[in-house]
Design a protein around this ligand. Structure first.
Ligand code: KG4
Ligand code: ZN
Length: 352
C-alpha cells in the first residue's frame, strides 16, 4: 500500500453495478468531476431486469465506461486516492463485476478500497456538487448544517423512511412490507403496456391527465411502514373491468389513468412522511432514489417548505442509479479511514 495520503479533497473513483446501469464517476471531495452511466436497454423486452444478462453487460461496459470517466474528469489512474464500489444491496452477479474490478484497481494502484452501501449513496446524493457550479455564490453547507435529517428513500427496490444522524449513523424507521414505490410504478406501467422502467413514462403521461379522474384505495399501515401490493391488485381489477367493456379504454384514457395512479402513490408517500416529520419533530427532509425524479413527488413534497420544513432533492440525474452518489458516501468513509478488505463479499441485502 502506498503511504496513505489524507488530502482534504481526495480523488475517488466510484463504481456502481448493483442493477442494470454500469456507472463510473470521479469525485474530488464532494465535487463531481465526471459521472458516466451506461444504461442497458436489453431488459426492455423482458419488462424487468434479467440478472444474468445484466452481469454480462456490466462486464462489457465497465472498461469503456472507466475510460470515459477518467477522460471527462481529466485525471489518470495514478492520480487517484481510493477506489469505491457498491458492495450491496443488489443483484449479486452484477455486484460482483464492480467488486472484482475495484479490488484489481486497488491492488494494482496500491490505494485503499471502499465498499459502499448503495442505499447510503442514494441518501447522501443531494450533497453532490457539480464542478461547473464553482462560481456559484452559494457556499457549500457545513456538515453541522446538513445533519441530522429525515430521508424518504424511494427506488425500484426500496421504500424506506430513515433517520440520518450522521453519514455513519443511520436508523430505519419504517419500510414497505411488500412492493417498493418504483416497483409499483413499473408493474402498473406493464399492465398499461408501457416500456420498462415505466416510472418515467407514467410521469410523462400524468402531466397531461386529471389526477382526480379515477380513485384507487390507499393502505392503512402500522407506524411508518408502507404497502403497495394492494394498490397494484386493485389497479389490475380496475383495468380488467374497464377493458372488458371497452377494449380501447387504456388508449383513450392513458393520461388520466397515469395522473390518477401517480396521485395515489404520491399521497401514500406524503401522508407517512408527514406523520414521521410530526412525530420526530425534525425540520429537514431529503427525498432520494429513482422515484424522487417524479414530478408529482417533487411538487407535492416541495409544498412542505410552506410549513418551515427544509426539503432537499438530489438533482434528477443523481436520483436514479449513478456512481457519483457512491463516491459521495465513499468520501465520508475515506475521511473516517473506513476502508474495506480485499476479501470483502458482495451482499444481496444490507442493513444500516
Ligand atoms: O434508484 P433507482 O435508479 O434504482 C434502484 O435502486 O432501484 O430507481 C429505479 C426506479 C424504477 O422503478 C423507475 O421506474 C423509477 O425509479 N423512476 C421513476 C421516475 N424515474 C425513475 N418513477 C416515477 N417517476 C419518475 N420520473
Ligand atoms: Zn438505487
Amino acid at each position: 500500500m502506498k503511504e496513505l495520503l489524507m488530502p482534504e479533497c481526495p480523488l475517488i473513483l466510484a463504481i456502481e453495478s448493483s442493477c442494470d446501469d454500469t456507472s463510473l464517476a470521479v469525485l474530488s471531495g464532494k465535487k463531481v468531476l465526471s459521472n458516466i452511466v451506461a444504461s442497458q436497454s436489453i431488459h426492455e423486452e423482458y419488462g424487468g431486469v434479467f440478472p444474468e444478462l445484466a452481469a454480462r453487460a456490466h462486464q462489457e461496459n465497465i472498461i469503456p465506461t472507466l475510460e470515459l470517466a477518467l477522460k471527462k474528469a481529466n485525471v489518470s489512474l495514478k492520480d487517484l486516492h481510493a477506489i469505491a464500489f457498491t458492495q450491496g444491496p443488489g443483484l449479486v452477479g452484477s455486484l460482483l463485476v464492480a467488486n472484482a474490478f475495484a479490488k484489481s484497481l486497488s491492488m494494482a494502484l496500491k490505494i485503499p478500497l471502499i465498499g459502499v452501501n448503495h442505499l447510503k449513496g442514494h441518501i447522501l446524493a443531494h450533497l453532490l456538487e457539480d464542478s461547473k457550479e464553482e462560481k456559484s455564490s452559494n457556499l457549500p453547507k457545513k456538515d453541522e448544517e446538513i445533519f441530522p435529517f429525515l430521508c424518504l428513500l424511494i427506488s425500484g427496490g426500496h421504500t424506506q423512511l430513515i433517520w440520518v444522524e450522521t453519514p455513519e449513523n443511520m436508523r430505519l424507521l419504517g419500510e414497505t412490507q411488500d412492493d417498493a414505490a418504483g416497483e409499483c410504478f413499473d408493474k402498473i406501467g406493464k399492465m398499461l403496456g408501457l416500456t420498462y422502467p415505466a416510472g418515467p413514462w407514467i410521469d410523462k403521461w400524468a402531466q397531461k391527465g386529471d389526477p382526480h379522474k379515477f380513485t384507487f384505495p390507499q393502505p392503512k399501515m402500522e407506524g411508518f411502514h408502507f404497502s403497495f401490493s394492494g394498490l397494484k391488485t386493485a389497479f389490475l381489477y380496475f383495468i380488467q373491468a374497464q377493458t372488458k367493456n371497452n377494449s380501447d379504454f387504456i388508449a383513450h384514457h392513458l393520461a388520466d389513468i397515469c395522473a390518477s395512479i401517480q396521485h395515489t402513490i404520491v399521497e401514500i408517500l406524503y401522508k407517512k412522511t408527514k406523520a414521521a416529520l410530526q412525530e420526530t419533530g425534525v425540520k429537514k427532509l431529503t427525498i432520494s432514489g429513482g422515484v424522487a425524479a417524479n414530478s408529482g413527488v417533487r411538487q407535492k413534497f416541495e409544498s412542505l417548505t410552506k410549513e418551515q420544513i427544509e426539503v432537499n432533492f438530489p438533482e434528477k440525474k443523481y436520483c436514479t442509479d449513478n456512481a457519483a452518489m457512491i463516491g459521495m458516501a465513499a468520501y465520508y468513509q475515506f475521511l473516517n479511514k473506513d476502508f474495506t478488505d480485499l476479501s470483502a463479499p458482495s451482499y444481496a441485502r444490507v442493513n444500516y
